[in-house]
Design a protein around this ligand. Structure first.
Ligand code: SF4
Length: 230
């Protein structure tokens, strides 16, 4: 039995993989992207989001793999009928790799497909263990330049590319997602470099900047980093 920490379970999602899905958002991420629109997913600690109307939400709930799988399987019929399943997002799901593996094993045993949304910022062994249990992977590539990646996301691009190169050879269906951030990675030259980095034959989705990204920072008592940096 393993335990993990989740900050949201969103049912009937349509954009995180095929069919009708439930998306599980896991707490904790080793990166700090300046445009992150889920800042409550970055820390592994429980945090309180306070709204202007005085209401508050505690972000972070602890689950065993058995309890979370049982919760997710409540929608098993509609997932199976629609060719859907469960998507693991965050935060960075690979920061809780053992837990994700345990939940995925329980879901797959019931015929439920699993998908992963990842930055790729994880040890190779964790990446391979989780990806090997997935039916589909959305792999972020946020920048093509190591120094810019470190500046804007706070991580090691080469470690992510090592994982991505393995994904390319793994046989696991996947696509690359690029969040387009004005002034950071959205010039024609940036796009060309990102396509080259993704490699020949890669499926690449360029996602528009999410204008709602700053919304949650004041609720956590934080400044939106992208605004502070530009
Ligand atoms: S990898 Fe995702 S969750 Fe982590 S800081 Fe970046 S945008 Fe946020």
């Amino acid at each position: 039995m393993t335990a993990g920490r989740v900050f949201e379970i969103r049912e009937f999602t349509l954009h995180d993989g095929p069919g009708v899905r439930t998306t599980v958002f896991l707490k904790g991420c080793p990166l700090r992207c300046a445009w992150c629109h889920n800042p409550e997913g970055q820390s592994r600690d429980k945090e309180t989001m306070r709204r202007k109307d005085g209401s508050a939400t505690v972000c972070g709930e602890d689950w065993t793999d058995e309890a979370l799988a049982a919760e997710l399987l409540r929608n098993a019929d509609i997932m199976r009928q629609s060719g859907g399943g469960v998507s693991f997002s965050g935060g960075e799901p690979l920061a809780q790799a053992e837990f994700v593996c345990a939940v995925a094993d329980r879901l797959r045993a019931e015929g439920i497909g699993c998908a992963l949304e990842t930055s790729g910022a994880a040890p190779e062994s964790d990446y391979r263990a989780v990806v090997g249990r997935m039916d589909f992977v959305y792999q972020d590539l946020k920048h093509h330049d190591a120094a810019a990646f470190r500046r804007w996301c706070g991580g090691d691009l080469e470690a992510i590319l090592r994982n991505y190169r393995w994904l390319r050879t793994s046989g696991v269906p996947h696509c690359v997602r690029v969040p387009c951030i004005p002034g950071v990675n959205d010039s024609p030259a940036d796009r060309a470099a990102l396509l080259a980095l993704a490699g020949p034959g890669a499926t690449v989705e360029f996602l528009p900047y999410n204008p709602a990204a700053p919304a949650k920072y004041p609720m956590l008592g934080r400044e939106f980093p992208l605004a502070a940096a530009t």
